[in-house]
Design a protein around this ligand. Sequence first.
Ligand code: 5GP
Ligand code: MN
Ligand code: MN
Length: 497
Amino acid sequence: LKLEFDSQSCGVSLFLPEGTKPDKKAVDELRSMMQMERSVERMKAEGGFFENPDSSVRRAAVTPDFHKGAGIPIGTVLMTEGFVIPQAMGNDINCGMRLYTTDLKEEELECSLSSLLPEVRRIFFEGGRGIVMNGIQREAMLKDGLTGLLETLGEAVGKGIWRFYNREEQEKELEYTAFRGSLKAGDTEGLGDFTGDPHTLSYDDQIGSIGGGNHFVEMQRVAEIYDGQTANAWGIRKGAVLIMIHTGSLTIGHQSGRINQIITKGLYPKSIPHPDNGIYLLPERGGMDREWRRFRDTTRNAANFGFANRLFLGLMLQNAVENTVRAFEMKLLYDSPHNFIWEREAEGRKYYIHRKGACSARGMEEMEGTPFAYYGEPVMIPGSMGSSSYLLRGMGNPDALWSASHGAGRRLSRGEAIHGSDEEFQEFMKKFHIVTPIDPNRSDLKGRSDILKKWEESIRSEAPYAYKDIDQVVKVHEDHDMAGLVARMEPLFTVKA
Ligand code: 5GP
Ligand code: MN
Ligand code: MN
C-alpha cells in the first residue's frame, strides 16, 4: 500500500497486515510529519542552513505494527539527505532488544521457578542489582559505550555484578551488538549528576532499571523452528531457553531528547512560520559546527547508556539464575536498537535512516564482515507477556527501507486495556508468570486495596489483549520479503517494572 500526500514529492510505503486499514490518527501524524519538506523549502529560501544543496526527505515507509505515537507514529522509517529529525527516533533513544541463547533446559527452569522468581524480584527490585561504578567508568560508558566499560574496569573487577562480567566474553559480544555497542561522543553535556565523583565507587538507582510500560526482561522457550539452518547456526533448538531484554536509555535518553529539541528549535529561523507539529530538523554540518556536535554527543551518550543498560539487565538475570538454578552458558545472539538514526552510504551519497519503533533488517550482502553474513541481520519481534515472540532474519527489502517491526503494536490504549475483560485477565494471570516490583501475595498487603489496585492496573495495561495479533504482524514480513521466520518463542516468565 502506498500513500501519496498532495503537495509532497515523495510518498510513503505501508506494509500492513492484509485486510487491515491504517489507523487514521497515525496517518494524520504521518501526513503532518511529511510537511517537513515545507520546512526544508523555507529554510533553503532563507539561505545559510544546509551544507548539502540536495537536502531533502528521500523516502518513508511504515512497518506492520504501525500505530499512533506522540507526534510521529510508531513504526515509521524515514530516509533523509543533508539533515536529521531528532524526534523521528522517538523519545527513548536506543530503546532496543537484546537476545541471548542459553544451555538451560525448559524443565530445569520450570521446576526451579518457586525459588528463581523471588530471587529475580530481589535482584531487580529490592536493591540486589549490584551495579557499582565510579565516575570515570560512567563517563567512559556515556562517551564510548561498551568499549568504554571494557577500558575502565579497574577497581570494580570482581565486585557486585562485575563477578558476571568476563572481559574476553564481553569483547566477543561486541561483534553481536549493533554499532559494536559503542558510539564515540566528545562530551557528556548535563550528565555530571549521573557520572558523580571520578574515583568513588557507588551505586545509582538508574542503570539496571527495566523502565516502565512495555519494557521487560523475559525468559522464553523455543516453541517452534521454521528455518533449521539459520536456527542451528544461531544456536537455537526447540525447547531451548532464551533471554530477551527490552529497554532503552531511561531518563538519560529523555534528557538528550530535550536538549535536541532545544537545539533544533533554537536554530529554526524566527522570520518564518514554525512547523505546527513542533517537529524540527537539524542540518548536517561539518565536524566543527556547534549544534551538530551537541546533537551527536547527546544522542550518542543516550545510545551508549541504552546498550550498557541492556547488558547489565542480562548480567542481573544471570546472577538470579545462577543463585537458584545453576551456573550456565549465556551467549549473546544480537542487540539491536529500534529507536535511532542510522547512516547509510550509497552511490557516494550519505543518507540518514530514522527509525521510531522499527528495527533494522538488513539482508546478507549488507551484513558482510559480520557474523551474520550468511543469514541476514537478526530481527526480534516480541508479542506480549502472554503470547508468542518471534525471531527472524533480515532480507533487506529496500522498499521497506531495510526495516522490520519491533513488536505487535498496541491495539488498546493503556486506559482501554485497564478496563478490559476480567475473565480474560484472570485467565492470563493463571497461565503466565509475571515478576513485578511488589509481590501481591505479600501478607502485609492484605487489605491494601489501593496498592493492589495500582499493581493490577499496571499489569492490565500490558496484558496480551492490549496488543495486536503478533502472528499477523509477522506474516507481513514473510509476504513482502522484509524478513524470514527463524523461530517462535513462548514466555516462561516476564519481569515488568
Ligand atoms: P515498544 O518498543 O513500542 O515500547 O514495544 C515493543 C513491543 O514489545 C510491543 O509492541 C509489544 O508487542 C511487545 N511487548 C510489550 N510488553 C511485552 C512483554 O512483556 N513481553 C513480550 N514478549 N513482548 C512485549
Ligand atoms: Mn522499545
Ligand atoms: Mn522504550
